[in-house]
Design a protein. Structure first.
Length: 320
């Protein structure tokens, strides 16, 4: 065997021994780490408490309430806790479940064991392993203003040919008492629901829709409303509506009528006539003796949809 071959053999043998050493070192370290993780540790920590399920007419003005506590848990739980950054350690306290009491003014309190239970759930350990530094937790809750608002329904209804949505949707309840800060309520004229959507409609549509409380800026005691969109068959018709003027002068118009082409619900057709509409001539132009007067449709029956009107102007003759 040459010197070079002998050298290679020694190098390979040393490398094999080194890899074997690393393998057993890794196994030993892993076993040591697992043994450490099975032991119990006491950890001091901070959790943030948020409040949910407030009374509908109140709001919690306390934000980012931090609670100091300690817990006893094995290394696995402790490691998992340490891997979560402190701002992400958040637990919710339901004011429907916690028996809180008024301390005075807008300040309320409840026992810290409820926070301990929520933290224990978060960690996955018994509640008895969590100790909160303070016996009580305090928070502020203030009254909200209230306002009765009508419910509006955004419509996205596509009907079949010769059918249209008849009037505004019927909403039950039609109004909702909304609670919120006065600065927000003062800007609100109505409360909206989720859109009512349908395609190919040829009959009434009834759905239960959720109420949109401005992404939580306000609240109310109704989470949903029942909405009915009436869908009726319409027909196209033409009315010849006389042109009139709001003045004591005696005037004849040429032409004497405006043609009003419109879509009319069949259920209302028998009750409509040219007298159901009103077309007025421009009085100011008349007094200025302009050769042509503008005319406009000033009255349209409910549920009627105007397609076209003509003419836009008329000639006239003042009758002595």
């Amino acid at each position: 065997m040459s010197a070079e071959e002998l050298k290679d053999k020694i190098v390979k043998k040393d490398k094999s021994r080194f890899l074997t050493f690393l393998f057993f070192l890794l196994i030993s370290s892993l076993l040591w780490f697992l043994i450490k993780l099975t032991k119990d540790y006491t950890t001091q920590t901070v959790f943030t408490v948020t409040y949910v399920d407030e009374p509908v007419n109140k709001w919690v003005s306390t934000t980012d309430q931090r609670v100091n506590l300690s817990f006893v848990a094995d290394g696995f739980v402790t490691l998992r806790h340490n891997l979560v950054r402190q701002p992400k350690r958040i637990v919710e306290v339901s004011l429907e479940e916690v028996p809180y009491r008024l301390e005075g003014g807008n300040t309320y309190s409840y026992g810290s064991q409820y926070v301990a239970e929520r933290v224990a759930d978060w960690l996955g350990i018994p509640a008895g392993n969590v100790t909160v530094n303070d016996d009580k937790q305090f928070f502020n809750m203030e009254d909200l203003q209230q306002k009765e608002l009508p419910v509006q329904v955004p419509l996205d209804v596509k009907t079949q040919r010769q059918y249209l949505v008849y009037g505004n949707p019927i909403v039950e309840p039609a109004t909702i008492t909304v609670y919120g800060p006065k600065s927000v309520l003062d800007t609100m004229e109505a409360i909206n629901t989720a859109p009512l959507t349908a395609t190919g409609a040829n009959a009434d549509i009834t759905k239960v829709l959720s109420v949109n409380y401005c992404d939580g800026a306000v609240r109310g005691n109704e989470s949903t409303v029942q909405v009915t969109a009436r869908v009726e068959q319409y027909t196209e018709t033409l009315f010849e509506v006389p042109v009139i003027i709001t003045d004591s002068m005696q005037v004849r118009f040429f032409p004497e009528v405006m043609d009003v082409k419109c879509l009319v619900p069949i259920r209302d057709f028998a009750n409509l006539s040219p007298a159901s509409f009103q077309v007025l001539a421009d009085t100011a132009q008349l007094h200025r003796r302009q050769p042509l007067l503008d005319i406009r449709l000033t009255k349209v029956p409910e549920h009627v949809q105007v397609i076209k009107t003509e003419p836009e102007q008329v000639e006239y003759l003042i009758v002595n």
